[in-house]
Design a protein around this ligand. Sequence first.
Ligand code: SME
Length: 150
Amino acid sequence: MRVDYTELSKTIAALTEGETDEVALMATVVCEVHNADSRFDWTGFYRVVAPELLKIGPYQGGHGCLVIPFARGVCGAAARTGETQLVPDVEAFPGHIACSSSTRSEIVVPVWRKDGSLLGVFDIDSDQPDAFDEADDKGLSGVLREVFGR
Ligand code: SME
């Protein structure tokens, strides 16, 4: 099953209409995204909780590491640069943090609030190599902008 980002956005918009609580919004986004595509084996948020520090938020899949400094990992790179990280082979990414030995590829998207502050990053791991592409970056960024940037 492959995600239809247009339909996914409509579903999430309907489920979150009028909601402003960030935890409720994150939990709903994770649930809907994780179950939308068989490539997605771990789906979750890491939140900015202090300068240069991320802490796990709502997620689905196996346990995730709790704390990630901006200096480490794919999540830290996304938070540090403000740019999506598309990782076709996690073994080739310097400093990749392996929460599961089965992960082969990863996408991490920065999440911005409407005031321009960085809420955190949205991380999806896949057990399939080279599972993500620009269409996923565009689709996920659009969903996240509609939910958190509005
Ligand atoms: N792989 C991430 C860490 C989070 S686990 O994948 C859930 C990273 O390198 O930042």
